[in-house]
Design a protein around this ligand. Structure first.
Ligand code: HEM
Length: 134
């Protein structure tokens, strides 16, 4: 699988799973919510793996200011996933955490979409490096 195809496939999988995570959380379907959270984090790891492989094919500096913006956003979003994970565990122990878990979940959702949009923008604006080898 090429890095481009792998990236698009894992990004679509991550966004699809995230939609199921939000829906199952809102409907209080814990037996679906929790495995989907685990699957989302695994799909996110796959997306990051292919994004890094794909990035090596581009001169990202040529994309200009969007590159540092995207890279900071990507790191911040990955760290931000710790907030719904922590508040989710707290909600399991004490349901009064549920509204705070909801806020963290939606912040992560908005950051994930912003990361996907700026990442796509960066790759489209960057120059592709010539292929190496025979
Ligand atoms: C990316 C990660 C996650 C997202 C986007 C997410 C999203 C949500 C949303 C939107 C709700 C509904 C909140 C409300 O309506 O007030 C919810 C509920 C809940 N979530 Fe999560 N969640 C995530 C991770 C987790 C984790 C890691 C756990 C536990 C280990 C967890 C446990 C729960 C529980 C227990 C509820 C309440 C369900 C109920 O009332 O029965 N969530 N989640």
């Amino acid at each position: 699988m090429t890095p481009e195809r792998g990236f698009v496939a894992f990004l679509a999988l991550t966004l699809g799973l995230l939609a199921i995570v939000v829906w199952s959380g809102l409907c209080a379907r814990r037996r679906l919510h929790l495995p989907c959270v685990v699957a989302t984090v695994a799909a996110l790891a796959g997306t990051i793996y292919f994004a890094e492989k794909m990035g090596a094919h581009y001169d990202l500096a040529t994309a200009g200011w969007i590159t540092p913006v995207h890279l900071w956003l990507a790191k911040g979003t990955t760290l931000a996933y710790l907030a719904p994970l922590a508040t989710g565990l707290l909600t399991l122990r004490n349901p009064t955490w549920r509204p705070r878990h909801r806020v963290c979940a939606f912040v992560v959702l908005v950051l994930t979409v912003a990361t996907a949009v700026t990442g796509t923008w960066m790759v489209l604006a960057a120059e592709r490096l010539p292929a190496l080898g025979p």
